[in-house]
Ligand binder design. Structure first.
Ligand code: FDA
Length: 502
């Protein structure tokens, strides 16, 4: 620690006045490495060459967060905030370039307070999505929330980057349903929706929290779900006509009634049609036979359950239980797989012959997979500038590309190259000028900040910023200029400050 210089020593002594010692970890502490590893989802960022934090601080209340920010600024040490640690590029706990920083790990700040009567909840950023869903399910059988599928994703990163899942067609994104937030800014002030200003409150909902401060908690609107929902999963292989079906799905899925979502996971030679319907099997059957008869869906494909049961069922499998939503530990099996991911948005249906080529590429050795999430419905009804998330009307579906490898057998170079080549191959079929991408599926291949005069460059940030945010990039940079003009909160893809006087 002493070799890191006075500034970091200053951080520790400054903290000692305001934060109990047992909440601050240095690399010499036996708990440091297990704590660092505890929510890392992509082990390729846990190697000897990874640039790791000097300290980890685990606040248990907002005053600890304020103290960490003030001490960080005073001693010239940057802070990276980690909620669930699922960042695809690991930016919540590692730095690409050599840099001294502390990690503010919010895993001990994870209360969920549901007010079923008012259909609202306050959730702390360190809660995982599964804990939020579980608390909602406990409080009411007829309320839900439209966030992502994976229960261990952190609320902090997920909400501040957008957030969508199986309710996206009915209720839009997580951010479309955030009604208040508590933020610690770069001056250490504790702000809410009214005191942070409307531009900053707008920016936090999709523009990435890490650029604006530390979001301590969020108030969300809860939405009605019926007592019974229906899920199905229908696999179709290439020899059973998967390419034809996916071609047809592109027209069908975005135009279905909002109560129905059918997403597709395409892997090797199989397309898995996965669905959530907000209603009974009896009500679903006529919709499927009139809108998508080609899938040959029938009653035996239906599984009826409550909404809260559908959450683990869809992501963790049919053997899982609602209690599994509370499991926070990253299984060793998950930790042993590195991955590379990226994303696209499709605005015009991809022709049948291109799908034949796509299936051929997905059947290659070391190929990855594609997840297709259909849009339309409520997600498309929100104007592009209402939140920083601009991928709305006109988007047929989102594509996520992912490729995995075993850390024991290699560094993922082959699988990463496959993703990059496949991404290049897909260019003619997806959105362009800009080629849109989802901020929560972060990909540093899209561009990285350049720091000029100790501030991230607005101009350089446009390269990646317009892909994630389209025309909203400039307003995000202006919000950043208001709340953090010195660019204290920054990472490789944080919003650069834009001064109005420019
Ligand atoms: P993490 O803690 O790594 O933070 C991500 C970023 O947000 C970092 O830059 C961090 O500094 C910043 N941040 C975190 N907490 C903050 C806070 N309190 N204040 C300010 N900044 C903060 N997405 C989706 O929309 N739908 C889905 O279904 C899924 N599914 C999914 C599955 C799996 C296995 C993974 C790994 C990821 C997803 N995602 C997803 C993507 C996910 O939404 C995205 O990675 C989120 O940013 C993760 O949030 P965490 O808090 O877990 O990440």
């Amino acid at each position: 620690v002493s070799s890191q210089g006075n500034s970091s020593d200053g951080f520790l002594s400054c903290l000692s006045a305001s934060i109990p010692r047992q909440l601050v970890f240095t690399p010499s502490s036996p708990s440091f490495t297990p704590l660092l590893k505890s929510s890392i989802r992509n082990p390729k960022f846990f190697t000897p060459s990874t640039v790791r934090p000097l300290y980890i601080v685990t606040p248990t209340n907002a005053s600890h967060v304020q103290a960490a920010v003030l001490c960080g600024r005073r001693s010239g040490l940057r802070i990276r905030v980690r909620s669930g640690g699922h960042d695809y590029e690991g930016l919540s706990y590692r730095s690409v370039r050599a840099e001294s920083f502390a990690v503010l790990d919010l895993s001990s700040l994870r209360a969920v307070r549901v007010d079923a009567q008012a259909a609202t909840a306050w959730v702390d950023s360190g809660a995982q999505l599964g804990e939020l869903y579980y608390a909602i399910g406990k409080a009411s059988g007829v309320l839900g929330f439209p966030g992502g599928l994976c229960p261990t994703v952190g609320v902090g990163g997920h909400f501040s980057g957008g957030g969508f899942g199986m309710l996206l067609r009915k209720y839009g994104m997580a951010i479309d349903n955030v009604i208040d937030a508590v933020l610690v800014d770069a001056k250490g002030r504790l702000l809410n929706k009214n005191t942070m200003g409307s531009d900053v409150f707008w920016a936090l909902r999709g523009g990435g929290g890490e650029s604006f401060g530390v979001v301590v908690s969020w108030q969300v609107k809860l939405l009605p779900v019926p007592p019974k929902v229906t899920v199905f999963n229908v696999p179709v292989t290439a020899s059973q006509g998967a390419a034809d079906l996916v071609t047809r799905w592109q027209q069908v899925a975005p135009a279905l009634p909002e109560d129905l979502i059918i997403r597709v996971v395409v892997q090797q030679r199989t397309a898995n049609f996965q669905s959530l319907f907000l209603g009974t099997c009896d009500a679903l059957l006529p919709v499927m036979s009139s809108r998508f008869p080609e899938l040959r869906f029938n009653r035996s494909d239906c599984r009826e359950m409550t909404w809260i049961q559908s959450v683990p069922y869809i992501y963790l499998g049919s053997a899982s239980t609602v209690e599994d939503l509370l499991n926070r530990t990253t299984a060793e099996s998950v930790f042993s797989s590195g991955y590379k991911a990226t994303s696209d948005y499709v605005r015009q249906a991809i022709p049948r012959d291109a799908w034949a080529s796509i299936f051929a590429k997905l059947a290659q050795p070391n190929a990855g997979l594609m997840i297709l999430d259909p849009y339309g419905g409520q997600i498309a009804a929100v104007p592009e500038s209402a939140t920083p998330y601009p991928h709305r009307a006109g988007v047929l579906y989102n594509i996520q590309y992912m490729n995995f490898w075993s850390m024991a057998s290699g560094d993922g170079a082959v699988q990463t190259r496959w993703i990059r080549e496949f991404y290049a191959f897909m260019a003619p079929f997806v959105s362009s000028s800009p080629r849109e991408a989802y901020f929560n599926y972060r990909d540093l291949d899209l561009g990285e900040n350049v720091v000029v005069g100790n501030v991230s460059s607005y101009q350089a940030g446009m390269v990646w910023g317009q892909k994630y945010f389209k025309g909203n990039y400039q307003r995000l940079a202006m919000a950043k200029g208001q709340i953090d003009p010195d660019d204290y909160f920054r990472n490789e893809q944080s919003i650069p400050p834009f001064a109005k006087s420019r």
